[in-house]
Design a protein around this ligand. Structure first.
Ligand code: SF4
Length: 272
């Protein structure tokens, strides 16, 4: 039996106790796991939900098990929703992460459902789908967007082979750069004007992120509330070659932080 969004909250609250309902509305979304976290939602204990799939293939990805083809880990939305209800006694904060959650057309409905159920929701995104971000913002409490490097270098991050934009492969390097730049700038603008809590963050991968890139990023997010610089952990990289790279020193990352502070950013945080 399918039910409307409106009635689902009644079902969950026991107003329709005699009806055996199978929740089917979010079955399109593939969930990998749910964990409890002390660090993913600033200042709160949270439940982090990992969604399967991504529209990028970052070579340094530390969650590549989430986008490897035919991933066998998918669990049902019914299980996830029941688990969140059970956790309500100790946490009403949820992080929707991945992979890239914005690849799912029903993501805004899912987040709206969580919002209507009394949860505070944070979305983790790579920012490549600004239209989806726009639809989610009304139901979000917090959004964290990754900025991988300066926009023109996004061409180095290989997009997903099954990505719908097949014509993308026919674009030349300059056109691809423009494509990424437009998406990233649009998402940054939306987030900075959203009125909700937010942060931008970069994993400082040597070779992909240099001082020059940090300056370019600084210009894009000038005056933003919060920027997080995250240390790169080579051993977790998807690409074996990257596991041998020596990460930036703490001194180097502090230098990056100082550069960002010059762009009137309220808080620059370093995660080592
Ligand atoms: S966008 Fe995130 S999840 Fe996707 S490949 Fe890159 S690092 Fe991994």
């Amino acid at each position: 039996m399918k039910i409307s969004l409106e009635n689902l909250s009644k079902v969950k609250s026991g107003l329709f106790p005699s009806i055996s309902i199978k929740i089917t509305m979010f079955e399109e979304i593939k969930f990998a796991s749910i964990i409890t976290s002390l660090i993913d939602y600033p200042s709160h204990v949270s439940s982090v939900i990992f969604l399967i799939g991504c529209n990028l293939r970052c070579q340094f990805c530390q969650n590549s098990s989430l986008w490897i083809e035919n991933n066998p880990l998918s669990i049902s939305s019914e299980y996830i929703l029941e688990e969140l209800e059970k956790r309500k006694s100790f946490s009403r904060f949820i992080v929707v992460s991945g992979g890239e959650p914005c690849i799912y057309p029903s993501l805004p409905d899912f987040i709206k459902y969580l919002y209507n159920s009394g949860f505070k929701v944070k979305l983790d995104t790579n920012g490549l789908n600004p239209d989806m971000i726009k639809r989610c913002i009304p139901y979000l409490d917090y959004i964290a967007m990754d900025i991988k490097t300066s926009p023109e270098l996004y061409v180095l991050l290989e997009p997903k082979v099954k990505w719908k934009l097949r014509q993308f492969y026919e674009l030349d390097k300059i056109q691809k750069s423009k494509y990424y730049r437009n998406k990233i700038l649009k998402s940054i603008k939306l987030i900075m004007n959203s009125g909700i809590n937010y942060e931008f963050r970069t994993t400082v991968v040597p070779g992909l992120v240099t001082e020059k890139d940090i300056r370019k990023i600084g210009k894009l997010v000038k005056g933003c509330k919060k920027y997080v610089l995250q240390q790169f952990i080579p051993s977790k990289s998807f690409k074996k070659e990257l596991r041998k790279i020596i990460p930036y020193s703490e001194r180097d990352i502090n230098k990056f932080a100082k550069i960002l502070e010059n762009f009137n950013i309220k808080e620059v945080k370093i995660l080592l």
